[in-house]
Design a protein around this ligand. Structure first.
Ligand SMILES: [Zn+2]
Length: 698
């Protein structure tokens, strides 16, 4: 471990020196340098785009980008999971090196050198707009960005289960275009920018705008059509500003979507083409030809060295290949094996991990029952040449398969060894003993010998169970809580330690108002894996609801330990201090949360409550207004803001805010103990009228 760290540290520092020397030597000035834009559309299969041959696609803008640039036809994602795959795009490292193997429970190590950090050092302005919680700055991929817009809390967007909090591509693009207006123009043109735009719409659940749903062959394609329109707006904006040809535009995706192939509905488990074959288009007419299809192998780790290659700067430490010359057609395509993995089945379900290597037309997947496919004859990877049944249909291919698989397995071991050579220190640290003792005392840590029930299972055999868990999640999403817990209970009989099933069951019980049952599920889940941020926060909330203040505090502190940037944990800890009257401590928690993420409404609401407690209604109202600004759908922000305004004698404002609160959440209003006195208040004529209108049967 220590030796590995030393190697990584030395590499990084050498690289830092190299980058330093580079500056100013090979460039006349930053003025001549192009802008760089990377657009990642989450969950986008290459073969659902018109330019990749899908005839029923409705993707004219992406197709046009391809017609004006280079399209790489054989690009593989390192893993079908959002955070690790994006980390590979922006570090040029494969997951065994950057150490991020799944969403949510991994942080991008500080030691990683990101494209944003490189370009910032080259004098670029750097800005990102992301559209899903899994890429929130708390996971540390924001390194090197001057601005990282991950304000996903408000705006009326779909607030799904915590993991997939997202904002629509349209809203993200509105903000991107606003930013372009402020930053691209004749005045600011001298300083080039690096912009990352992440759009999340094609990710499940598929819920496209009605017109797209009608026109596209499936709802998934409808989401893609909707994203395509946003790409069109973006490219047009650059064109209007006369900046398009001075910009390297890179269009890609982090992974695809199974859409039912191989028994998988979405993505994350398997590493077949359906989830790892992604689009990659580069448009930069100053150096790259138009309408070229690049047939050679490529991987997402090639994106960063290729961009740096086009800019003429040192590639630095990378496990990808600079394809700028082959893309330009000045060098032949290099040949190399393409790596991908999924540790998700292992990390979340205790099943076996999957490791894959693609060489030429062959796909090899290392699993308890290994797989070999010849994509030239079997592009869908449906006939495993290593299964006994393969011999019956094609005996020659089957007899060659064994030695081929052995060779590829050997190659895979070699590749993994090379990738791990550059491994950075993972940031997630093991529990210290004090913490472990405390968790044990709280009942979080149970029998360490506990088996998951699926241990070592081939994901091909476990996919049915996985699919059932996904079904349960869908039921939870649709509000079908009772059916969801019934399904989960039956699954938990075969795999009692499955944290995903336990957490989903806990959410359902919470929604149904069964705090005790929810708590039991969270305790079971945390006994399997005590380092889970969301369950710790939720468990703390349940303690809080039962006024078990010290237990709540312990849970929130644990959550903060797991995710040090957790604004939820910080503002809840502040709230606990508010309850026990330690206002200074409460303030410092709210300040910390606001400094971390000013777009999180609860911290502002905390401040509002704090000033209310001090009877400083002017400042309280300001804090609630700030909360309503960042989270326009917050009932508490509007309602409490209205109460403060009333205290201050600002009747008109009070009515306006209270009416907004009623619109946002009429049920919460009716339950609120402050409502009856408000209804009796003679000053609130307009509010009463609005309320009675809202209560009319429709
Ligand atoms: Zn993704």
């Amino acid at each position: 471990m220590v030796a590995r760290f030393l190697i990584a540290a030395i590499c990084v520092s050498c690289f830092g020196l190299a980058a330093g020397c580079e500056r100013g030597s090979r460039h006349e000035s930053s003025r001549a340098r192009p802008n760089v834009v990377v657009i990642t559309v989450d969950t986008l299969r290459a073969d659902r785009l018109g330019c990749y041959g899908f005839e029923r696609a409705r993707t004219p803008h992406i197709d046009k980008l391809a017609a004006e640039g280079v399209l790489a036809s054989h690009v593989i994602a390192p893993t079908p999971i959002t955070l690790p795959s994006h980390t590979s795009i922006f570090t040029g490292l494969q997951p065994p090196a950057h150490g991020v193997r799944d969403n949510a429970s991994f942080l991008v190590p500080d030691e990683a050198v990101t494209l944003a950090e490189r370009l910032k050092a080259e004098g670029y302005r750097t800005q990102a707009f992301i559209s899903a919680m899994v890429l929130h700055r708390m996971y540390n991929l924001h390194q090197g960005f001057d601005g990282y817009d991950d304000q996903l809390w408000g705006g009326g967007d779909r607030a799904d289960i915590a993991l997939v909090r997202q904002r629509s591509g349209e809203r993200t693009m509105d903000l991107v275009l606003q930013w372009l207006n402020g930053n691209v123009g004749t005045r600011a043109k001298a300083v080039p920018f690096f912009l990352w735009v992440h759009l999340f719409d094609p990710h499940a659940p598929y819920d496209p705008p009605a017109s797209d749903a009608e026109a596209a062959p499936t709802p998934y394609d409808g989401e893609i059509a909707s994203v395509d329109r946003q790409i069109g707006r973006f490219v047009e904006a650059l064109r209007q500003k006369d900046a398009l040809d001075d910009t390297i535009v890179v269009f890609t995706s982090d992974h695809g979507e199974s859409l039912g192939e191989h028994g998988e509905a979405t993505h994350a488990v398997f590493i077949y083409e359906s989830t790892v074959h992604v689009p990659l288009i580069l448009r930069y007419p100053r150096k790259l030809p138009a309408g070229k299809i690049y047939p050679g192998p490529a991987q997402l780790v090639d994106v960063m060295p290729t961009i740096l290659g086009l800019l003429g700067v040192e590639p630095g430490v990378s496990q990808g290949t600079d394809l700028s010359a082959p893309f330009a057609g000045t060098e032949p395509p290099p040949t190399f094996a393409r790596y991908s993995e999924s540790l998700h089945p292992e990390l979340e379900y205790g099943m076996a991990p999957l490791y894959g290597l693609r060489l030429g037309d062959l796909t090899y997947i290392r699993a308890p029952r290994p797989e070999l496919y010849d994509r030239a004859k079997d592009p869908g990877e449906t006939r495993n040449l290593l299964e006994p049944s393969a011999a019956a249909s094609d005996s020659a291919a089957a007899s060659a398969a064994g030695p081929q698989a052995m060779k590829l397995d050997h190659e895979l071991s070699k590749t993994l060894g090379e990738l791990e050579r550059l491994a950075l220190v993972p940031k997630a640290k093991p529990l210290d003993e004090d913490t472990a003792d405390m968790l044990r005392a709280l009942g979080y840590i149970a029998d360490p010998e506990a088996k998951q029930g699926l241990e070592g299972m081939d994901p091909k055999d476990g996919i049915e169970i996985y699919a059932q868990i996904q079904n349960a999640r869908q039921m939870q999403h649709d509000g079908d809580y009772a059916a969801c817990t019934r399904l989960l209970e039956s699954l938990l009989k075969t795999m009692p330690k499955n944290v995903s099933a336990l957490n989903t069951a806990a959410l359902c019980e919470t929604k149904m108002g069964n705090g005790k049952a929810a708590e039991q599920y969270y305790l079971r889940s945390l006994s399997v894996d005590p380092r889970q941020h969301f369950p710790l926060v939720q468990l703390g909330r349940l303690h809080l609801a039962e006024r078990r203040i010290e237990q709540a505090r312990a849970s929130f502190r644990e959550a903060l330990e797991v995710v040090p940037a957790s604004v939820e944990a910080m503002s809840l800890l502040g709230y606990l201090n508010l309850l026990d009257g330690s206002l200074d401590q409460a303030k410092s928690w709210f300040d910390r949360a606001i400094a971390e993420d000013p777009g999180y409404a609860q911290s502002h609401i905390g401040y509002g409550d704090l000033y209310s407690a001090e009877q400083n209604y002017r400042k309280a109202k300001e804090a609630y207004e700030k909360a309503a600004e960042v989270e326009p759908r917050s009932f508490h922000a509007w309602f409490n803001g209205g109460l403060c305004a009333l205290r201050l004698g600002e009747v008109e404002t009070a009515e306006r805010y209270l009416i907004r609160a009623a619109e946002v959440d009429p049920e919460a209003l009716l339950r609120n103990p402050n409502l009856p006195p408000l209804q009796r208040d003679p000053r609130l004529v307009g509010f009463r009228a609005a309320l009675s209108r809202a209560m009319q049967p429709q």
